[in-house]
Design a protein around this ligand. Structure first.
Ligand SMILES: *Cc1c(COP(=O)(O)O)cnc(C)c1O
Length: 423
Protein backbone atom coordinates (compact mmCIF):
# COMPACT_ATOMS: atom_id res chain seq x y z
CA UNK A 1 0.00 0.00 0.00
CA UNK A 2 1.35 3.44 -0.81
CA UNK A 3 1.18 4.92 2.68
CA UNK A 4 2.07 8.57 2.99
CA UNK A 5 3.96 8.97 6.27
CA UNK A 6 6.17 12.06 5.96
CA UNK A 7 3.57 14.76 5.48
CA UNK A 8 2.77 18.17 6.97
CA UNK A 9 -0.94 17.33 6.79
CA UNK A 10 -2.76 17.07 10.12
CA UNK A 11 -5.67 14.75 9.36
CA UNK A 12 -9.15 14.80 10.92
CA UNK A 13 -10.11 12.40 13.72
CA UNK A 14 -6.63 10.87 13.50
CA UNK A 15 -4.23 9.93 16.28
CA UNK A 16 -1.06 10.32 14.25
CA UNK A 17 0.94 8.32 16.83
CA UNK A 18 -1.26 5.27 16.17
CA UNK A 19 -2.13 5.99 12.53
CA UNK A 20 1.03 7.56 11.10
CA UNK A 21 0.18 6.87 7.48
CA UNK A 22 -2.64 7.55 5.06
CA UNK A 23 -3.46 5.82 1.80
CA UNK A 24 -2.88 8.18 -1.09
CA UNK A 25 -5.86 7.97 -3.42
CA UNK A 26 -5.29 8.99 -7.02
CA UNK A 27 -8.65 8.23 -8.59
CA UNK A 28 -12.25 7.64 -7.60
CA UNK A 29 -15.02 6.15 -9.68
CA UNK A 30 -18.41 4.70 -8.78
CA UNK A 31 -18.07 2.74 -5.55
CA UNK A 32 -14.28 2.47 -5.79
CA UNK A 33 -11.20 4.43 -4.70
CA UNK A 34 -7.88 3.68 -6.36
CA UNK A 35 -4.54 4.34 -4.66
CA UNK A 36 -1.43 5.61 -6.43
CA UNK A 37 0.01 2.09 -6.50
CA UNK A 38 -3.18 0.72 -8.08
CA UNK A 39 -4.63 -0.89 -4.95
CA UNK A 40 -8.41 -0.50 -4.92
CA UNK A 41 -10.83 0.10 -2.04
CA UNK A 42 -14.57 -0.42 -2.11
CA UNK A 43 -15.96 2.74 -0.50
CA UNK A 44 -18.51 1.07 1.79
CA UNK A 45 -19.08 4.24 3.86
CA UNK A 46 -19.56 6.63 0.93
CA UNK A 47 -16.47 8.59 1.97
CA UNK A 48 -17.92 9.55 5.34
CA UNK A 49 -21.52 9.69 4.17
CA UNK A 50 -21.22 12.36 1.48
CA UNK A 51 -21.25 10.40 -1.81
CA UNK A 52 -24.75 9.36 -2.87
CA UNK A 53 -24.95 7.91 -6.42
CA UNK A 54 -21.25 7.04 -6.63
CA UNK A 55 -17.97 8.88 -7.06
CA UNK A 56 -17.71 11.28 -10.00
CA UNK A 57 -21.22 10.95 -11.33
CA UNK A 58 -20.83 12.05 -15.00
CA UNK A 59 -23.75 14.52 -15.03
CA UNK A 60 -22.56 16.24 -11.86
CA UNK A 61 -18.96 16.44 -13.07
CA UNK A 62 -20.17 17.86 -16.39
CA UNK A 63 -22.28 20.53 -14.64
CA UNK A 64 -19.25 21.58 -12.61
CA UNK A 65 -17.11 21.88 -15.75
CA UNK A 66 -19.78 23.94 -17.50
CA UNK A 67 -20.36 26.33 -14.59
CA UNK A 68 -16.63 27.14 -14.42
CA UNK A 69 -17.03 28.77 -17.84
CA UNK A 70 -19.32 31.37 -16.24
CA UNK A 71 -18.82 31.96 -12.54
CA UNK A 72 -16.59 31.37 -9.56
CA UNK A 73 -17.40 32.75 -6.07
CA UNK A 74 -19.68 35.81 -6.18
CA UNK A 75 -20.54 38.00 -3.20
CA UNK A 76 -24.01 36.90 -2.14
CA UNK A 77 -25.23 39.96 -0.24
CA UNK A 78 -26.74 42.48 -2.65
CA UNK A 79 -25.91 40.16 -5.56
CA UNK A 80 -27.23 36.80 -6.63
CA UNK A 81 -26.91 34.34 -9.50
CA UNK A 82 -29.07 31.87 -11.36
CA UNK A 83 -27.58 28.64 -9.92
CA UNK A 84 -28.46 29.79 -6.38
CA UNK A 85 -31.91 31.10 -7.38
CA UNK A 86 -32.81 28.00 -9.36
CA UNK A 87 -31.53 25.64 -6.67
CA UNK A 88 -33.50 27.43 -3.94
CA UNK A 89 -36.71 27.14 -5.99
CA UNK A 90 -36.07 23.46 -6.64
CA UNK A 91 -35.34 22.76 -2.96
CA UNK A 92 -38.49 24.53 -1.81
CA UNK A 93 -40.49 22.34 -4.19
CA UNK A 94 -38.71 19.14 -3.15
CA UNK A 95 -38.58 19.41 0.64
CA UNK A 96 -41.58 19.07 2.99
CA UNK A 97 -44.19 21.75 2.18
CA UNK A 98 -43.80 24.95 4.18
CA UNK A 99 -40.00 25.13 4.12
CA UNK A 100 -40.14 28.26 1.99
CA UNK A 101 -36.78 29.95 2.56
CA UNK A 102 -33.26 28.74 1.86
CA UNK A 103 -30.11 29.99 3.58
CA UNK A 104 -26.85 28.85 1.98
CA UNK A 105 -23.66 27.78 3.72
CA UNK A 106 -20.96 25.21 3.13
CA UNK A 107 -20.90 22.40 5.69
CA UNK A 108 -23.12 20.34 7.93
CA UNK A 109 -21.80 21.99 11.09
CA UNK A 110 -22.38 25.43 9.66
CA UNK A 111 -25.93 24.77 8.51
CA UNK A 112 -26.79 23.47 11.99
CA UNK A 113 -25.20 26.55 13.58
CA UNK A 114 -27.30 28.66 11.21
CA UNK A 115 -30.43 26.77 12.28
CA UNK A 116 -29.68 27.45 15.96
CA UNK A 117 -29.03 31.13 15.26
CA UNK A 118 -32.30 31.35 13.27
CA UNK A 119 -34.18 29.85 16.22
CA UNK A 120 -32.69 32.23 18.76
CA UNK A 121 -33.16 35.21 16.42
CA UNK A 122 -36.79 34.22 15.89
CA UNK A 123 -37.56 34.36 19.62
CA UNK A 124 -35.54 37.49 20.29
CA UNK A 125 -37.21 39.38 17.44
CA UNK A 126 -40.58 38.30 18.81
CA UNK A 127 -39.62 39.76 22.18
CA UNK A 128 -39.41 36.46 24.05
CA UNK A 129 -36.34 35.29 25.92
CA UNK A 130 -35.89 31.73 24.79
CA UNK A 131 -32.34 30.51 24.34
CA UNK A 132 -32.21 26.91 25.53
CA UNK A 133 -31.89 24.05 23.05
CA UNK A 134 -33.29 20.57 23.67
CA UNK A 135 -31.27 17.75 22.10
CA UNK A 136 -31.24 13.96 21.96
CA UNK A 137 -28.84 11.82 23.97
CA UNK A 138 -26.09 10.35 21.67
CA UNK A 139 -26.75 13.09 19.09
CA UNK A 140 -24.10 14.43 16.72
CA UNK A 141 -24.37 17.71 14.88
CA UNK A 142 -20.80 18.66 13.99
CA UNK A 143 -17.46 19.62 15.48
CA UNK A 144 -17.62 23.38 15.90
CA UNK A 145 -18.02 24.70 19.45
CA UNK A 146 -21.72 25.38 18.92
CA UNK A 147 -22.55 22.02 17.38
CA UNK A 148 -20.37 20.10 19.84
CA UNK A 149 -22.43 21.71 22.59
CA UNK A 150 -25.68 20.24 21.29
CA UNK A 151 -24.01 16.89 20.53
CA UNK A 152 -23.23 14.11 22.99
CA UNK A 153 -20.40 14.78 25.42
CA UNK A 154 -17.55 12.30 24.97
CA UNK A 155 -13.77 11.95 25.26
CA UNK A 156 -13.69 13.56 21.80
CA UNK A 157 -14.90 16.89 23.10
CA UNK A 158 -13.76 16.77 26.76
CA UNK A 159 -10.91 19.28 26.26
CA UNK A 160 -13.38 21.90 25.02
CA UNK A 161 -15.99 21.31 27.73
CA UNK A 162 -15.48 24.73 29.38
CA UNK A 163 -16.56 26.44 26.15
CA UNK A 164 -19.63 24.27 25.53
CA UNK A 165 -23.03 25.69 26.46
CA UNK A 166 -25.64 23.76 28.38
CA UNK A 167 -28.53 22.06 26.65
CA UNK A 168 -31.53 20.07 27.90
CA UNK A 169 -30.84 16.49 26.91
CA UNK A 170 -33.60 13.94 26.52
CA UNK A 171 -33.03 10.17 26.37
CA UNK A 172 -32.66 8.39 23.04
CA UNK A 173 -35.99 6.68 22.20
CA UNK A 174 -34.87 3.08 22.67
CA UNK A 175 -37.35 0.56 21.29
CA UNK A 176 -40.05 -0.10 23.87
CA UNK A 177 -39.06 2.92 25.96
CA UNK A 178 -40.15 5.70 23.62
CA UNK A 179 -42.56 7.11 26.20
CA UNK A 180 -39.62 8.09 28.43
CA UNK A 181 -38.27 10.26 25.63
CA UNK A 182 -41.65 11.84 25.00
CA UNK A 183 -42.21 12.51 28.71
CA UNK A 184 -38.75 14.07 29.02
CA UNK A 185 -39.43 16.22 25.96
CA UNK A 186 -42.72 17.38 27.42
CA UNK A 187 -41.01 18.34 30.71
CA UNK A 188 -38.27 20.17 28.80
CA UNK A 189 -40.85 22.03 26.69
CA UNK A 190 -42.55 23.41 29.79
CA UNK A 191 -39.35 25.38 30.52
CA UNK A 192 -39.92 27.33 27.29
CA UNK A 193 -36.83 26.31 25.30
CA UNK A 194 -36.13 27.88 21.90
CA UNK A 195 -36.02 24.65 19.92
CA UNK A 196 -35.63 20.89 19.77
CA UNK A 197 -32.79 19.72 17.52
CA UNK A 198 -32.90 16.11 16.29
CA UNK A 199 -31.38 13.77 13.73
CA UNK A 200 -34.56 12.24 12.28
CA UNK A 201 -34.94 8.41 12.48
CA UNK A 202 -31.25 7.57 12.84
CA UNK A 203 -28.39 8.95 14.91
CA UNK A 204 -25.28 8.59 12.76
CA UNK A 205 -22.06 9.27 14.64
CA UNK A 206 -23.81 8.21 17.87
CA UNK A 207 -23.60 4.63 16.55
CA UNK A 208 -26.24 4.28 13.81
CA UNK A 209 -29.04 4.19 16.39
CA UNK A 210 -32.46 3.83 14.80
CA UNK A 211 -35.80 4.92 16.23
CA UNK A 212 -39.40 4.79 15.13
CA UNK A 213 -41.02 7.23 12.72
CA UNK A 214 -44.11 7.54 14.92
CA UNK A 215 -41.87 8.65 17.79
CA UNK A 216 -40.42 11.35 15.56
CA UNK A 217 -43.95 12.43 14.64
CA UNK A 218 -44.91 12.51 18.32
CA UNK A 219 -41.86 14.64 19.17
CA UNK A 220 -42.94 17.11 16.50
CA UNK A 221 -46.49 17.13 17.88
CA UNK A 222 -45.26 17.92 21.41
CA UNK A 223 -43.04 20.73 20.12
CA UNK A 224 -45.94 22.22 18.15
CA UNK A 225 -48.20 22.00 21.21
CA UNK A 226 -45.73 23.98 23.34
CA UNK A 227 -44.71 26.36 20.53
CA UNK A 228 -41.13 25.04 20.55
CA UNK A 229 -39.34 25.16 17.19
CA UNK A 230 -38.53 21.76 15.68
CA UNK A 231 -35.17 21.58 13.91
CA UNK A 232 -34.38 18.50 11.81
CA UNK A 233 -30.69 17.84 11.17
CA UNK A 234 -30.95 15.91 7.89
CA UNK A 235 -27.27 16.43 7.13
CA UNK A 236 -26.67 12.67 7.06
CA UNK A 237 -30.20 11.38 6.40
CA UNK A 238 -30.93 13.61 3.40
CA UNK A 239 -30.88 12.41 -0.21
CA UNK A 240 -32.03 8.82 0.08
CA UNK A 241 -30.14 7.29 2.98
CA UNK A 242 -33.22 6.23 4.93
CA UNK A 243 -35.09 4.87 1.89
CA UNK A 244 -36.96 8.10 1.21
CA UNK A 245 -35.47 11.32 -0.13
CA UNK A 246 -35.65 12.85 3.36
CA UNK A 247 -36.14 11.04 6.68
CA UNK A 248 -38.88 13.41 7.91
CA UNK A 249 -41.13 12.23 5.06
CA UNK A 250 -41.52 8.84 6.75
CA UNK A 251 -43.00 10.49 9.82
CA UNK A 252 -45.09 12.99 7.86
CA UNK A 253 -43.20 15.68 9.73
CA UNK A 254 -42.61 19.21 8.43
CA UNK A 255 -39.79 20.70 10.50
CA UNK A 256 -39.79 24.41 11.30
CA UNK A 257 -36.13 24.46 10.28
CA UNK A 258 -34.27 21.76 8.33
CA UNK A 259 -30.55 21.30 7.67
CA UNK A 260 -29.24 19.58 4.54
CA UNK A 261 -25.62 19.17 3.49
CA UNK A 262 -23.78 15.92 2.83
CA UNK A 263 -25.60 14.56 -0.22
CA UNK A 264 -26.76 17.90 -1.62
CA UNK A 265 -24.22 17.95 -4.45
CA UNK A 266 -24.14 14.17 -4.65
CA UNK A 267 -21.02 14.53 -2.51
CA UNK A 268 -19.00 16.30 -5.19
CA UNK A 269 -18.55 19.74 -3.61
CA UNK A 270 -19.18 21.32 -0.20
CA UNK A 271 -22.59 22.99 0.00
CA UNK A 272 -25.23 23.19 2.71
CA UNK A 273 -28.61 24.79 3.21
CA UNK A 274 -30.74 25.66 6.19
CA UNK A 275 -34.40 25.86 5.18
CA UNK A 276 -37.12 27.40 7.28
CA UNK A 277 -40.77 28.26 7.46
CA UNK A 278 -42.02 31.67 6.42
CA UNK A 279 -42.66 32.83 10.01
CA UNK A 280 -38.98 32.43 10.90
CA UNK A 281 -37.89 34.49 7.90
CA UNK A 282 -40.58 37.06 8.62
CA UNK A 283 -39.56 37.41 12.28
CA UNK A 284 -36.30 38.84 10.90
CA UNK A 285 -38.09 41.35 8.62
CA UNK A 286 -38.08 44.84 10.07
CA UNK A 287 -37.11 48.42 9.27
CA UNK A 288 -34.53 47.94 12.02
CA UNK A 289 -31.25 46.61 10.66
CA UNK A 290 -30.49 44.99 14.03
CA UNK A 291 -33.20 42.42 13.40
CA UNK A 292 -31.55 41.06 10.27
CA UNK A 293 -30.04 37.60 10.26
CA UNK A 294 -26.36 38.25 10.79
CA UNK A 295 -24.59 35.29 9.31
CA UNK A 296 -22.44 34.66 6.27
CA UNK A 297 -19.85 32.17 5.06
CA UNK A 298 -17.25 33.44 2.58
CA UNK A 299 -18.29 30.73 0.15
CA UNK A 300 -22.01 31.10 0.66
CA UNK A 301 -24.00 29.80 -2.36
CA UNK A 302 -20.85 29.04 -4.34
CA UNK A 303 -22.11 28.96 -7.96
CA UNK A 304 -20.10 25.89 -8.95
CA UNK A 305 -21.39 23.98 -5.92
CA UNK A 306 -24.94 25.17 -6.67
CA UNK A 307 -24.56 23.93 -10.27
CA UNK A 308 -23.43 20.55 -8.92
CA UNK A 309 -26.49 20.44 -6.64
CA UNK A 310 -28.82 21.33 -9.53
CA UNK A 311 -27.32 18.52 -11.60
CA UNK A 312 -27.81 16.22 -8.60
CA UNK A 313 -31.49 17.17 -8.41
CA UNK A 314 -31.80 16.51 -12.15
CA UNK A 315 -30.38 13.05 -11.55
CA UNK A 316 -32.97 12.45 -8.81
CA UNK A 317 -35.72 13.73 -11.13
CA UNK A 318 -35.05 10.85 -13.54
CA UNK A 319 -36.36 8.45 -10.87
CA UNK A 320 -33.30 6.27 -11.27
CA UNK A 321 -31.75 6.97 -7.84
CA UNK A 322 -35.04 6.21 -6.07
CA UNK A 323 -35.19 2.85 -7.88
CA UNK A 324 -31.56 2.15 -7.01
CA UNK A 325 -32.16 3.06 -3.37
CA UNK A 326 -35.14 0.70 -3.22
CA UNK A 327 -33.08 -2.13 -4.73
CA UNK A 328 -30.17 -1.39 -2.40
CA UNK A 329 -32.51 -1.48 0.63
CA UNK A 330 -33.49 -5.03 -0.39
CA UNK A 331 -29.91 -6.07 -1.07
CA UNK A 332 -28.82 -4.76 2.33
CA UNK A 333 -31.76 -6.43 4.11
CA UNK A 334 -30.95 -9.80 2.54
CA UNK A 335 -27.30 -9.63 3.51
CA UNK A 336 -28.00 -8.44 7.05
CA UNK A 337 -30.46 -11.32 7.62
CA UNK A 338 -27.62 -13.84 7.91
CA UNK A 339 -26.37 -11.97 11.01
CA UNK A 340 -29.73 -11.66 12.77
CA UNK A 341 -29.18 -14.72 14.95
CA UNK A 342 -25.38 -14.68 14.82
CA UNK A 343 -24.16 -14.82 18.44
CA UNK A 344 -20.97 -12.98 17.51
CA UNK A 345 -23.02 -9.81 16.96
CA UNK A 346 -25.89 -7.94 18.60
CA UNK A 347 -28.48 -5.49 17.34
CA UNK A 348 -28.27 -6.21 13.62
CA UNK A 349 -30.32 -3.31 12.28
CA UNK A 350 -31.16 -1.47 9.09
CA UNK A 351 -32.75 1.77 8.06
CA UNK A 352 -32.95 2.40 4.33
CA UNK A 353 -29.58 1.70 2.72
CA UNK A 354 -27.73 1.76 6.08
CA UNK A 355 -27.04 -1.43 8.03
CA UNK A 356 -25.24 -1.70 11.37
CA UNK A 357 -24.34 -4.43 13.81
CA UNK A 358 -22.43 -4.44 17.08
CA UNK A 359 -19.53 -6.85 17.33
CA UNK A 360 -19.54 -8.63 20.69
CA UNK A 361 -16.10 -7.88 22.04
CA UNK A 362 -14.48 -9.51 25.10
CA UNK A 363 -14.58 -7.33 28.25
CA UNK A 364 -11.67 -4.91 28.40
CA UNK A 365 -9.45 -6.43 25.74
CA UNK A 366 -9.96 -4.78 22.44
CA UNK A 367 -12.52 -2.18 23.37
CA UNK A 368 -10.22 0.86 23.26
CA UNK A 369 -8.65 0.07 19.88
CA UNK A 370 -11.26 -2.19 18.28
CA UNK A 371 -12.38 0.38 15.71
CA UNK A 372 -8.80 0.98 14.52
CA UNK A 373 -8.02 -2.74 14.44
CA UNK A 374 -11.15 -3.47 12.44
CA UNK A 375 -10.48 -0.61 10.06
CA UNK A 376 -6.99 -1.97 9.31
CA UNK A 377 -8.41 -5.46 8.89
CA UNK A 378 -10.92 -4.21 6.30
CA UNK A 379 -8.42 -1.92 4.55
CA UNK A 380 -6.07 -4.86 4.07
CA UNK A 381 -8.94 -6.58 2.23
CA UNK A 382 -9.56 -3.64 -0.05
CA UNK A 383 -12.60 -2.36 1.84
CA UNK A 384 -13.17 1.09 3.25
CA UNK A 385 -15.16 0.55 6.44
CA UNK A 386 -14.71 2.69 9.53
CA UNK A 387 -16.48 1.17 12.54
CA UNK A 388 -17.77 3.39 15.33
CA UNK A 389 -16.21 1.55 18.30
CA UNK A 390 -17.47 -2.04 18.02
CA UNK A 391 -20.34 -0.95 15.74
CA UNK A 392 -19.70 -2.00 12.15
CA UNK A 393 -21.92 -0.25 9.64
CA UNK A 394 -22.31 -0.44 5.87
CA UNK A 395 -23.30 2.79 4.11
CA UNK A 396 -22.56 2.28 0.41
CA UNK A 397 -23.07 4.58 -2.56
CA UNK A 398 -26.21 3.68 -4.54
CA UNK A 399 -24.25 2.30 -7.52
CA UNK A 400 -22.81 -0.57 -5.47
CA UNK A 401 -23.40 -4.04 -6.97
CA UNK A 402 -24.65 -7.15 -5.16
CA UNK A 403 -21.32 -8.98 -5.59
CA UNK A 404 -19.47 -5.99 -4.13
CA UNK A 405 -21.73 -6.01 -1.08
CA UNK A 406 -21.00 -9.71 -0.64
CA UNK A 407 -17.31 -8.86 -0.31
CA UNK A 408 -18.20 -6.49 2.52
CA UNK A 409 -20.36 -8.92 4.48
CA UNK A 410 -17.95 -11.83 4.03
CA UNK A 411 -15.21 -9.64 5.47
CA UNK A 412 -17.44 -8.63 8.39
CA UNK A 413 -18.01 -12.28 9.21
CA UNK A 414 -14.28 -12.97 8.95
CA UNK A 415 -13.56 -10.00 11.23
CA UNK A 416 -15.85 -11.45 13.88
CA UNK A 417 -13.76 -14.65 13.85
CA UNK A 418 -10.62 -12.59 14.44
CA UNK A 419 -11.88 -9.97 16.88
CA UNK A 420 -15.15 -11.28 18.35
CA UNK A 421 -15.63 -12.26 22.01
CA UNK A 422 -15.53 -16.00 21.24
CA UNK A 423 -12.24 -15.72 19.36
C1 LIG B 1 -21.70 14.99 9.42
C2 LIG B 1 -22.81 15.57 10.22
C3 LIG B 1 -22.80 16.91 10.59
C4 LIG B 1 -21.62 17.82 10.33
O1 LIG B 1 -21.37 17.99 8.99
P1 LIG B 1 -19.96 18.56 8.48
O2 LIG B 1 -20.15 18.82 7.04
O3 LIG B 1 -18.96 17.47 8.77
O4 LIG B 1 -19.67 19.78 9.27
C5 LIG B 1 -23.91 17.42 11.24
N1 LIG B 1 -24.97 16.63 11.53
C6 LIG B 1 -25.00 15.34 11.19
C7 LIG B 1 -26.22 14.54 11.52
C8 LIG B 1 -23.92 14.75 10.54
O5 LIG B 1 -23.94 13.45 10.24
Amino acid sequence: MSLVTESPVWRPFTQHALQPGAVKIARAEGAWLEAEDGKRFLDAISSWWVITHGHRHPAIMQAIREETEWLDQIIFAGFTHEPAEALARRLVALTPPGLDYVFYSDSGSTCVEVALKMALGFWRNRGETRTRIVALEHGYHGDTIGTMSVGARSPFNAPYEPLLYEVSRIPFPTRGREQETLDALERACRDRPAALLVEPLILGAGGMLIYRADTLAEMKRICAHYGVLFIADEVMTGFGRTGTLFACEQAGVVPDIACYAKGLTGGALPLAVTMCKREIFEAHLSPERARAFFHSSSYTANPIACAAALANLDVWATGEPAARVAALCDMQATRLARFASDARFSNARRLGIITALDLNVAEGGYLATIALDLMRFFNARGLLLRPLGPTIYVFPPYCVEAAELDLVYDAISEAADCFGASA
